[in-house]
Design a protein around this ligand. Sequence first.
Ligand SMILES: Cc1cc2nc3c(=O)[nH]c(=O)nc-3n(C[C@H](O)[C@H](O)[C@H](O)COP(=O)(O)O)c2cc1C
Ligand code: SF4
Length: 524
Amino acid sequence: MTWARRVVPAAAAALAALAARDLTQRDHALLRNFPVLGRARYLLEAIGPELRQYIVAGNNEERPFTRDQRRWVYASAKQQNNYFGFGTDNDIEYTPGYPIIKHRTFGRAVPPSAPNAGHDVRLPCAKVLGAARGRSGAFRPESVVNISGMSFGSLSGNAVAALNRGAALAGCLQNTGEGGLSPYHRNGGELVFQIGTAYFGCRDERGRFSLARLRDLVAAAPVRALEIKLSQGAKPSLGGLLPGAKVSAEIAATRGVPAGRDCVSPSRHAEFSDCDSLLDWVELLAAETGLPVGIKSAVGDLGFWHELTDLMRDTGRGVDFVTVDGGEGGTGAAPLIFTDSVSLPFQQGFSRVYSLFAERGLHEQVVFVGAGKLGLPDNAVVAFALGCDLVNVGREAMLAIGCIQAQKCHTDTCPTGVATQNAWLARGLDPARKSVRAANYIRTLRRDLMKVAEACGVEHPGLIGTDSVEFLDGRTGSTPLHEVYGYQPGWGLPSADDQAALVRLMSGEAPRGGSAPPSPTAVS
Ligand SMILES: Cc1cc2nc3c(=O)[nH]c(=O)nc-3n(C[C@H](O)[C@H](O)[C@H](O)COP(=O)(O)O)c2cc1C
Ligand code: SF4
C-alpha cells in the first residue's frame, strides 16, 4: 500500500526525532533515561488528577506525600503558580488533630501587600549556634530551612551535587548524611558533617574513628558544624549495609572503605557507650575542631533524654544542637516494621524532648532542629511553635529535584536518577538545572513561613508562640497546642535577648504594611 510506505517511515522518523530530543534535553531526567516512553508519565500526570478524583484516590490520600503536597513542592521548585483554587479540599472540621494556625487582626508585624513579597527575605536562625557553649566556630545559620542528611550512596552523586549547589544558591546548609563527604558535596554549599556509627570519612584502615582524619576533613571543606547520628526516625537502632556491588571506587574513597566489598554500618557507636561518655566525646570534638557539635536522634524510650539533660545541667558539658527526627521520616531502605512502628512521630517525640530540656532550664542554650515532613509550611509552623529553631528537609528536597515518589529508593532503579548508583539513571539528573529547583523550593518555603509569621503578628516563624496553634478534635472542639503537649508559659520561644536580636535583624527586611500610607485623619 502506497500510503503505508509513506506513513510508516514518516512515523518512525518522527519517533526517532522525538527520542533524540528527549535524550539530549536536560530538563527532565525521566525523559533522558526513558526517551519517548517517559512521556506517558507526563500524560498520566496531566490527566491523573481527574482519573484519581473519580476512580482511584483523592488529593489528600496518597502517602508519604499527598498529591496536593507534591504539587505544591513541584510548582514551588519550578516557580510556577503554586496556589490552589476554590478553597480547601481538606476535611478540616472532621479530622481529629488537624492543626489550625491563628492569625491576629492587629500584630507587631504587618504582612506586605504584594503576593510575592518576601520570596528573597533572609530568614536566619533565632539563636547563634554554638554561642551558649563558647565554641570558636559559633555562627548564626543563615536559613531556618536546611537540607537534611542523605548520604552519597543512598543518593546519586548528581543528586548530592544538585542539593549542594541548591544550598549555595538558597544560602542554607546541607547535611552530608552518614556516608562521608564526597566530591559532590564540594559545589559551594556549606555543610554539616554527619558522623555515623561507621565513621565514614573519618575512620582509619581498621574502621576505628580517627580524630586526625576528622580534623583534616573539616579543615579542607566548608563544614560549619558536626552532627553525631544516634538514630533516624525511619529505622532507629538499625545499622546498614551497602552491598559490595554498589561500593564503587568513588563511594569507597568517600567512605574510606575497600571498593567492591560489602560496607557495613554497625547499629551502635564504638566511641561512647552512655550519656556520660557521649558528652565527653562531644566536648572533645568541639575542642579539637572549634565547631558546634550536635546529636541527631529519633525518640523512643525517654531514659536517654532524662540522663542527657540531667548531666548537661549538672556537669556543664553539653550539645550545641539537637536534631529530632520523627518516626514518619524517610530512608533509602528499611524494614517495614521500623518505618511503620518504631519511634514516635515528630510532634510527640519533639515535644517530649523539648520539655525535658525546658524543665532543666536548658532550652534557651540549645538549637533545636526538627525533621519529619517539615518541608511543608503547615507542619513547619507547628514545629516552630513547639520550639524548633530550624527545620531540615529531606524527601521534600528530593521531590524538588525530580523525585516522583515511586518509592523504589531501595532497589537501585530510581527512575529519576535521585536515589540510585546506576550511572545511566543518574545521568538523567542534571545538577545545574535541578539545583535551581532545590533553591526555588527552599526560598518558597521560607517565604510561606514568613507570611504565616506575619499573619500571626510576629516578625519571624521562630517567634510564633504556642498560643498561635490549636488542634481540632474532629467534632466540635479544639485544644491549644500548649495544653496538648503540656507546655509551660514561654516554652517554645527563644530567650528574651535572642528574641530582641531577631526582631532587630528582621526589621527592614521586607516592605511592610498596606498599599498606601495612612490618611491624615487616621487614628493611631
Ligand atoms: C534517601 C534517604 C537517605 C537518608 N539518609 C540519611 C542519613 O544518611 N543520615 C540521617 O541521619 N538521615 C538520613 N535520612 C533521613 C533524613 O535525613 C530525614 O531525617 C528524614 O527523611 C525526615 O525528613 P523528611 O520527612 O523531610 O524526609 C535519609 C532519608 C532519605 C529519604
Ligand atoms: S523517584 Fe522513587 S525511587 Fe527515586 S528517589 Fe523518588 S521515591 Fe525514591
